[in-house]
Design a protein around this ligand. Structure first.
Ligand SMILES: Nc1ncnc2c1ncn2[C@@H]1O[C@H](COP(=O)(O)OP(=O)(O)OP(=O)(O)O)[C@@H](O)[C@H]1O
Ligand SMILES: [Mg+2]
Length: 290
């Protein structure tokens, strides 16, 4: 399912003294199959935008289409849309609520996949819990509140992927995790991407994460998309990103430092590619560099 937003606008608390225009005309297309990154400074509208994609925030200005679903139409089947577009909020572990891990994960299924038999539901819950790297038999009867922070996050993600949404949106999924937790989470997302989960959209403040993982990305600023393209194209525009209050990946910083020394590295800013290009240059130079 392709996502097409045109001229999307949104104001919180309209017609009140607290009115705040969060989106000021977002034009953005996300193709099916992408691992898409959304970046932008605090308050630039990222969360407001992604919450439109499964109609958690109802469209109030502009156009939005997700696959065959026209979100501006009164006839849009929002329940069906939500079963196909899964949303993992920032710090989703705060939304765990059920008495056991199993009941928490199964909640989404009961809403969206009513046609499943009891046995099919149990199998789907087991699969989701195992997909996020947890031991179903050991944890299913435990209270989610007794788990570690990282485990809670996984349970919360299992509760969204249990319906196998075609599009999975995650708002700052790795925020607050330690480096190993971050790496495992990204591996998990890559392992489901391209299978039943066709498109992944992540919101992130971490430029290294975007450079390493995303096929395409958009930069939000002040309620609009100001840059869009492959991470390798976006991160070449360091000055523009700095002027927007954003950073660049570590590899892009290294490339800038090398350029100042007269060494050009044409990289896509992933660590693997950067190391490969530097070592190719090294070999070409006959290993003379000190
Ligand atoms: N519930 C709300 N009520 C009123 N204003 C809000 C609400 N949520 C967001 N806003 C405002 O809308 C604007 C965009 O907020 P949004 O949360 O979409 O930004 P963001 O890019 O996700 O920021 P962050 O990086 O901090 O998560 C901000 O000015 C914010 O203050
Ligand atoms: Mg946000």
């Amino acid at each position: 399912m392709q996502i097409v937003a045109k001229g999307l606008t949104y104001t919180y608390n309209p017609k009140s003294p607290f009115a705040s225009q969060a989106l000021k005309g977002v034009d953005l297309t996300i193709e099916e199959g992408e691992f898409f990154g959304i970046i932008g400074h605090t308050g630039s509208g990222k969360s407001t935008f992604v919450q439109h994609l499964n109609a958690l925030i109802r469209l109030s200005g502009g156009q939005l289409r997700v696959g065959e679903y026209d979100l501006s139409s009164k006839k849009c089947n929002f329940v069906e849309l939500r079963s196909k577009v899964g949303m993992v909020f920032q710090y989703p572990e705060y939304q765990l609520f059920a008495a056991t891990v199993e009941k928490d994960v199964e909640f989404g299924l009961k809403n969206f996949r009513k046609e499943l038999t009891e046995a099919e539901q149990t199998a789907a819950v087991r699969e989701a819990i195992e997909t996020v790297g947890l031991d179903y038999d050991a944890l299913k009867d435990q209270s989610p509140f007794e788990l570690s922070g990282g485990q809670k996050r996984r349970v919360a993600i299992a509760g969204v992927i249990v319906t196998k949404p075609e599009i999975l949106i995650l708002d700052e999924p790795a925020a607050g995790l330690d480096p190993l937790g971050k790496r495992e989470l990204m591996e998990l997302l890559h392992s489901i991407h391209g299978g039943w989960c066709k498109t992944i959209v992540i919101v992130s403040h971490d430029m290294d994460e975007i450079a390493e993982n995303c096929t395409n990305a958009a930069v939000f600023s002040d309620g609009k998309v100001v840059l869009q393209g492959k991470p390798s194209e976006i991160f070449r525009q360091a000055d523009k990103l700095f002027s927007l209050g954003l950073d660049i990946p570590m590899t892009a910083r290294c490339a800038l430092l090398l350029r100042a020394q007269g060494i050009e590295i044409d990289t896509d800013f992933t660590c693997d590619d950067f190391a490969e290009k530097v070592s190719a240059l090294w070999r070409k130079g006959g290993n003379h560099a000190q």
